[in-house]
Design a protein around this ligand. Sequence first.
Ligand code: GLN
Length: 490
Amino acid sequence: MRLCEGTIGSLAVRLRAREISSTELTRDVLEQMRAVEPRVRAYLAVIESMALEMAEAADRRLARGENVGPLTGIPVAVKDNLCTIGVRTTCASKILQDFVPPYSATVVERLKQAGAVFVGKTNLDEFAMGSSTENSAFQITANPWDLARVPGGSSGGSAAAVISDECIAALGSDTGGSIRQPAGFCSVVGLKPTYGRVSRYGLVAYASSLDQIGPITKTVEDTALLMNLLAGRDPADSTSADVPVPDYTKSLRCDVRGLRIGVPKEYFVEGMDREVEAAVRRAIAHLVGLGAEIVDVSLPHTDYAIATYYLCATAEASSNLARYDGVHYGYRTPDQDNIIDMYTKTRHDGFGNEVKRRIMLGTYALSAGYYDAYYLKALKVRTLIKRDFEQAFEKCDVILTPTSPTPPFRIGEKTDDPLQMYLSDIFTISVNLGGIPALALPCGFSEATGRPLPIGMQLMAPVFGEEMLFRVGHAYEQTTDFHKRKPALQ
Ligand code: GLN
């Protein structure tokens, strides 16, 4: 097995035993990038020199036998909407194409403190708006399982990079499914933490009441390892929760006996792909085989989730994106007669169509006269969706659903129909509205096209219930092989 194929769990031990060096490992990851990037295009920027310098520094610390951090020498990738000091952070938008942040996101800082080696910034839908990574202003990332298909989005670059071994683990962000849906489409593990579990400081804001940063990894264990570092109060983010952070690796017990797994009937509906439904049903049966108990639960307001989300998210986005005015940040049009003209042309040239569509929708929903009918109504329905979860969790410990209704779709298939694109998040969006954590992990493959196409399942838990997700996810993973399968890229 090549070094780049390893997990954090396995590589950290070998690095510490000095069986391998971070420089060797990082070189192997960079070599893999050279081999597959021309086809996958997961990265917007790869900074080889910086990666190798960080790897050499890690090797020196390891050689001195220092008491090093848990990620020492491990190559990780970062979604390009997370600020990295001195390294361009574009959000896959023309408007930020030359933006070099003067500070790093708290999560980036924490991984650095833990010894991580940063290998690059991954592609995304512009400002994390999308479900396929096709909304990037710069490039389209391909799904490593089938290069004619999308890797999901908006963290498609991170998910594609992890499954193709172009990094050992990555960070993504999730506003309505952007970690879990691409994790499902690429057959990797992705966690959307409880709202407030992870600091958002330095994450370029899309919809602040929904955004959370989380890990995308090859195993549940790696996600738990990263959450040990990422979680916790940050004075720089007033919405980060002051709730103690457990050692998440302690929840990796292979035991689900007696746990109650809720299956919501609203998530198994007409129109869902047959193989997706079959794979998720098999996963449920598998967990029953491991001793879990199945309970039927209902999330009655699920039908309203997409409409509610697209009102809340666009309203917040219209406000958050007002700061890109050609004055404070990034791009400014060279062609201007007066200040209004400057604002208009800068935003016209700098933002892509999807971003403009959302700014218009959000501005409309917030405008006097429509606020009550749309935004305020959406907030009320959001409360009902949150209550649905609270009531369901009175009857079960975790909820199990598919990650998305279909396997990865073809590049271009949904770009002309935004509503179809929005529907691909139908199973992930309610989680953000409810503020609860959810874990996506591989549970099968569709064989309908002649090439294996990943199918993911999603586990949801009550707020701050990440440990329960890791426990069930790990038990499932340890007794199945889906996470070991790799795309035939070579
Ligand atoms: N696809 C959803 C959207 O376009 C979710 C994106 C995300 O989670 N950032 O808003």
